[in-house]
Design a protein around this ligand. Structure first.
Ligand code: MOS
Length: 733
């Protein structure tokens, strides 16, 4: 019975969000709450020579100023930090740990006061002197120092030789800038001190249990001592995957002062934390004149910090998409005196697939082939890196449905050949690909005799709609109206969940709900059979369904009894079941989501102004649990992709190693006026292998492919190929 799964169910938390009832990390109150304000370093590399807090401490209302020289103990072993979601290698950043400055914007002191304005003012009275050291922050000038990290995709054949031989070649660098997270909600933590040495930490995070584990190791506490709660998240999309420094600072101050402390970063201070790393993507494609690929090479060189290695898979995606007998991929990092990059929506793919898909467009131009035709000629039915079939891959349908909805057949191929009044019109397309991952998640369901069920799990809802899909799946599995389901999430005391990221939470949480609901159903069936004179006495407990508040035999002529009656006669007020869902390891198939993105741009030739007037995104991502929140996710990804193509760029002044546009006035993101028609199509993609519901997850696929489709449209409109993102008007004139 699917009354809710697959429907456009409105967000169950929508009302709480729009009425302000939903509380975010920086909004929780506590008795005698203190406020912390961060003092950030203004040099990129060196040591703190002198840190004078005396003047700040004299400001009325200031309670303390924490520094590396004045703080409670912190774990000093790197191992304590390494388990958590953080870069894999290096020495993870520890705020206020010692006198080293590793990046501009690094926190060096926390001023704690009775109110926020006082803390903010007193922070300006902290005097710092540095011993500055030579530094480097420019990826392009340090490119020669790039060192190879992992190479997840094996080379096939001899790409170098095949490339040299190829009749048609295309080779270029595509430069993706660093981009900073700018969620609506700032990084924030309210650490509530309970008086007995225990803490409840309200944190902006994508994983409460991850933060809990992290804090316990950093502060040498037991799990019982620290509870982490994050019921609502005002946008995260990677920025809240690893525990960020404000949660350490708020906890540190609460422990030091034995009082509750709130730390909210300013928008400018957010730029001292994670960002999508600047990446130079070198793509070389070799093809036969008929448009079949002979060679693909993709080398990425990305920024990381000196103290942590951060790398994501930028380069392997051609193996998912395009048949080629020869391929070679490599990923290199350049260590700079900057903060460590972090995950940002479709990390690796958003940038790497952008380069690949721009290169494919350039190859299509060289071959005089339609861009879709080229992609169909190279279409790969297998994941070539592992040589595996897919659980499902309806990318062909994405091309077909997307092209039809967009009206692609009316495109004239020559650049500058389409017009709308004075504007040049360009139509471009690109492919998107992401992974369909699944992780172990546990869910608890408490069914009460009044026909209500509470479903709980430690998973976060980062705005993606987890509350809603959990309620939908539970309502269907328990045969209850969705109004009778309440969902509790994002409290570390609830059943186990990983961070919400990688697009794995929908499939993972949905199946955990099914598992727990199954146990409830079996328990009800057992009880129903046992009742004296039961109509269901002969029932096979595995062949019942919960529907409309009844336990019903799957046999169409079979009996049905009300759940409430069964519970009442069994003298049960509640049935509680908790189940951990593990996904069976299956290495026989590749699992991916795909998309075809079509973009129309209109370019004012005199001014170079680009408008993205239409985007069609056709997505194949298995079964869509909720077509309304799912569509919103894809639309959000498209908007962000427009930002990547045209607006977003973190600009560094390399003379000072400092970000110049660390605010949303100067760091441009798309605004309402930048967004026009966005059409989302979900292509049918039945998949009975990936999991019981055929769900793949939708978070990241929405952005992948969008920047390249726009770049390709800009080329089609203007005849200018801009390979350095974002495509700003100065690059067109
Ligand atoms: Mo996503 S970068 O895993 O929030």
């Amino acid at each position: 019975m699917n009354a809710y799964v697959g429907t456009p169910t409105s967000r169950v938390d929508g009302r709480a969000k729009v009425t302000g009832a939903a509380k975010y990390a920086g909004e929780f109150a506590a008795d005698r709450l203190l406020h912390g304000f961060v003092v950030a370093a203004t040099i990129p590399r060196g040591r703190i020579a002198r840190l004078d807090t005396s003047e700040a401490l004299r400001v009325e209302g200031v309670v303390d100023v924490l520094t590396h020289a004045h703080r409670p103990p912190l774990a000093d072993k790197d191992e304590a930090w390494k388990d958590e979601v953080a870069p894999e290698k290096g020495s993870p950043f520890r705020p206020l740990y010692d006198d080293r400055i590793n990046f501009n914007g690094q926190p060096i002191a926390l001023v704690v006061a009775e109110d926020w304005e006082t803390a903010k003012f007193a922070a300006t009275r902290v005097r710092v002197e540095y011993d500055q050291e030579a530094f480097a922050t420019d990826l392009e000038s340090e490119r020669g120092k790039a060192a190879r990290v992992d190479q997840p995709h094996k080379p096939r054949g001899d790409a170098a030789a095949a490339l040299t031989r190829a009749a048609v070649q295309h080779e270029a660098d595509y430069v993706m800038p660093s981009e900073h997270h700018n969620p609506m909600e700032l990084y924030a933590t309210t650490a509530v001190w309970d008086g007995n040495g225990k803490l409840t930490v309200y944190d902006k995070t994508q994983g409460v249990q991850n933060v809990q584990k992290f804090l316990c190791s950093v502060f040498g506490r037991k799990r019982d001592d620290i509870r982490v709660v994050s019921p609502y998240v005002g946008g995260a999309f990677g920025s809240g995957l690893r525990p960020q420094y404000q949660v350490v600072l708020a906890t540190l101050a609460a422990v030091a002062l034995k009082r509750s402390v709130r730390v909210v970063l300013t928008r400018r201070q957010m730029y001292g934390l994670g960002y999508r790393p600047m990446t130079i993507e070198h793509v070389a494609l070799g093809a036969s004149p008929d448009g079949t690929l002979d060679a693909v090479t993709h080398e990425a060189i990305a920024v990381t910090s000196r103290f942590e290695d951060f790398s994501r898979n930028d380069t392997g995606w051609a193996d998912q998409l395009y048949k080629s007998p020869n391929s070679r991929f490599s990923h290199k990092l350049v260590e700079l005196d900057v903060s460590t990059p972090c995950d940002m929506r479709a990390p690796g793919a958003a940038t790497g697939v952008c380069a690949l898909e721009c290169a494919m467009d350039e190859l299509a131009v060289a071959l005089k082939l339609d861009p879709i035709e080229l992609r169909l000629k190279c279409y790969s039915e297998r994941d070539q890196s592992e040589d595996l079939p897919y659980t499902s891959k309806q990318l062909r349908q994405c091309y077909a449905r997307g092209a039809e909805a967009f009206g692609w057949d009316r495109r004239t191929p020559a650049p500058r050949s389409m017009h709308d009044g004075k504007d040049l019109v360009g139509w471009g397309m690109a492919t998107g690909v992401w992974e369909a991952l699944q992780m172990p998640v546990a869910v608890r369901i408490v069914l009460t005799a009044n026909g209500h069920a509470e479903v709980s799990c430690a998973a976060s809802d980062i705005g993606t709609g987890t509350y809603t899909i959990v309620a939908q799946v539970a309502a269907d599995a328990l045969g209850l109206p969705i109004e009778n389901i309440s969902v509790r999430l994002a409290d570390s005391t609830l059943p186990q969940a990983p961070v919400e990221g990688g697009s794995w939470m929908a499939a993972s949480s949905a199946h955990a709900v099914l598992g727990a609901a199954e146990d409830i159903r079996q328990e009800l069936a057992r009880l129903a059979k046992a009742l004296p004179g039961s109509q269901l006495a002969d029932l096979d407990a595995t062949k019942v369904t919960l529907v409309d508040g009844m336990i019903a035999s799957n046999d169409p002529n079979g009996a049905a009894v009300s759940i409430a009656d069964v519970m009442r006669h069994s003298k049960l007020e509640r049935i509680e079941k908790e189940k951990l869902n593990q996904f069976a390891e299956d290495k026989s198939h590749a699992r991916n989501t795909h998309s075809a993105v079509f973009a129309e741009v209109k370019v004012d030739e005199q001014l170079g102004v680009i408008r993205v007037t239409r985007v069609v995104s056709a997505v194949a991502a298995g079964r869509i649990l909720n077509t309304k929140t799912g569509r919103s996710q894809i639309m959000g990804g498209v908007v962000w992709g427009i930002g990547m193509a045209l607006h977003e760029e973190t600009m560094m002044d390399h003379r000072f190693g400092r970000i110049m546009n660390a605010d949303i006035a100067e760091y441009h993101v798309p605004v309402n006026a930048d967004i026009h028609d966005i059409d989302v199509i979900f292509v049918d993609e039945p998949d009975d292998r990936i999991n019981r519901l055929g769900v793949k997850g939708l978070g990241e696929i929405g952005i992948v492919g969008v920047p390249a489709a726009i770049a390709n449209a800009v080329y089609h409109a203007t005849g200018k190929r801009v390979r350095r993102f974002p495509i700003t008007l100065d690059k067109l004139l």
